[in-house]
Design a protein around this ligand. Structure first.
Ligand SMILES: [Zn+2]
Ligand SMILES: [Zn+2]
Ligand SMILES: [Zn+2]
Length: 361
C-alpha cells in the first residue's frame, strides 16, 4: 500500500483516513487516480479538491457509504451516475444495520475489501460489478442469527459464479480466532478471505476457457477431479504428509481450485506488503555481519515488476525481518509460511496470468 500526503498540508496520511490529523482537512480516496484527495464541501453534496495544480478543479461526491454510514472513505467523480464508489458498487447484500454490532462488523469488512479492490485496480485486473454485467463481481455480507459461527443455518464464506459471500462473524476477532484455532490454521484474516475468494473469481474469469487452462492443469493439477470429495477427504484425513513440497498451505492441497485461490491470495499478500515496505524506504537486503545496505533500489515496484524471481528476492528477506520484529514484540510470526520450489512455481504462473491477462483462447 502506498503512503499518502495530505494535499492541504503535506502531512503523511493513510489509506483508511477520513481526516488529516495535522490540519483537519476531510480526505477521500480517489480510485481513478489511486490517490488521496483533500476535499472541501461545496454545499450541494459536491466536494472540491483543495489541491493546487493537477487536480485543483476536480469535483467529487462521497460514496453513499461514506456520507451515510462512514464505513467507506472513497470518492466518485461528480459526473458519475452511481451512488456508490467502485468498491461499494460491488455489494449485493449488506447486513441488517439495525441489529446489534452488525454495522461495526460490516465496517471492518469494508475496510479490508477496499484494500483488495486497491490491489485489483493497481494490477489492472478486469473489475466490474455484477449489477452492471453478468461476469462481474459481487459481495454478500451475511450474518448468522448472532455474529458467530452458528452450526445451524451457518453462513459459509465462499465464492460461486462471481458472488463472494462472507460471514460477518469473520470481523469479530474472538469468533475468528476461535475458528482459526479450531481449524488449526496458521493464518486467518478478513483480508486473507477477500484475497482467497477473489482468486476463485479470477480463475473463472482468466483461466477457464482461456489459453492458460492447459498450463494451469500442468502446474496445479486437473481441476475436473471431484471437488466435494476432495474437500471431504481433506477434512476427514487431513492434508497429504508432503503438502509443503508443492503448496503454500495445507488447505491448498485439497484441490487445484483451492490451490489456485491460496496461491493467488499469497501473491496479493506479497505485492501489497512489498509496496508498503518500499513506501517506508525499508531496505530488504539482510546484512548479517555488515552495515545495513544504504542502496535501496528506488525503482523496484512489486505491482509492475515483470519477474517473479525479482519479487521473491525482495520478499523472502522482508519476511524474515518481519517475523523477527514480531517476535521481538512477543507475537507469533507475521508470515507463518514457507515457500517451497513447488509453491514458487505456482506463484510464477499467477504472476504470468496477472501480467499477461487477458488471454482468451
Ligand atoms: Zn493536512
Ligand atoms: Zn464506497
Ligand atoms: Zn476457496
Amino acid at each position: 500500500m502506498q503512503l499518502f500526503r495530505c494535499e492541504s498540508c503535506g502531512h503523511r496520511v493513510y489509506f483508511e483516513n477520513t481526516q488529516c490529523n495535522q490540519c483537519g482537512a476531510v480526505l477521500g480516496f480517489d480510485p481513478d487516480h489511486l490517490s488521496m484527495a483533500a476535499i472541501r464541501p461545496l454545499g450541494d453534496d459536491r466536494w472540491q479538491s483543495v489541491a493546487t495544480g493537477q487536480h485543483s478543479d476536480t469535483l467529487y461526491r462521497q460514496c453513499g457509504n461514506y456520507s451515510r454510514h462512514e464505513v467507506c472513505n472513497w470518492l466518485l467523480p461528480d459526473t458519475s451516475q452511481q451512488g456508490f464508489c467502485v468498491a461499494c458498487r460491488l455489494n449485493q447484500t449488506i447486513p441488517d444495520l439495525s441489529v446489534g454490532t452488525n454495522k461495526t462488523l460490516w465496517g471492518r469488512l469494508e475496510a479490508e475489501k477496499r484494500r483488495l479492490v486497491y490491489s485489483l485496480l493497481k494490477l489492472n485486473l478486469p473489475l466490474t460489478a455484477k449489477a452492471d454485467e453478468q461476469q462481474g463481481l459481487a459481495f454478500r455480507f451475511l450474518a448468522d442469527t448472532a455474529p458467530q459461527f452458528n452450526e445451524s443455518g451457518r453462513v459459509m464464506t465462499g465464492h460461486e459464479d462471481g458472488v463472494i459471500t462472507l460471514n460477518i462473524a469473520e470481523a469479530d476477532p474472538v469468533a475468528r480466532e476461535a475458528m482459526r484455532s479450531q481449524m488449526a490454521e496458521p493464518y486467518r484474516t478478513m483480508l486473507g478471505h477477500f484475497r482467497h475468494e477473489s482468486g476463485h473469481y479470477y480463475w473463472d474469469r482468466l483461466i477457464w476457457n482461456s489459453a492458460w487452462l492447459e498450463e494451469f492443469r500442468q502446474c496445479f493439477g486437473d481441476e475436473r477431479q471431484d471437488y466435494g470429495l476432495a474437500l471431504e477427504a481433506l477434512y476427514s484425513q487431513g492434508p497429504a504428509a508432503n503438502w509443503q513440497d508443492n503448496h503454500v498451505s495445507a488447505y491448498a492441497s485439497a484441490h487445484p481450485w483451492e490451490d489456485w485461490a491460496e496461491t493467488w491470495a499469497h501473491y496479493l499478500h506479497m505485492t501489497d506488503t512489498l509496496e508498503t515496505a518500499y513506501q517506508f524506504g525499508l531496505s530488504l537486503h539482510p546484512r548479517v555481519t555488515e552495515d545495513s545496505d544504504k542502496n535501496i533500489e528506488q525503482h523496484f515496484n512489486p505491482y509492475f515488476d515483470t519477474r517473479i524471481d525479482s519479487l521473491l528476492e525482495h520478499w523472502l528477506p522482508l519476511t524474515y525481518a518481519l517475523n523477527s520484529l514480531n517476535r521481538s514484540m512477543g507475537h507469533g510470526d507475521l508470515y507463518p509460511f514457507v515457500l517451497s520450489p513447488g509453491a514458487v512455481r505456482k506463484l510464477g504462473l499467477v504472476h504470468d496470468v496477472i501480467h499477461g491477462a487477458p488471454l482468451v483462447a
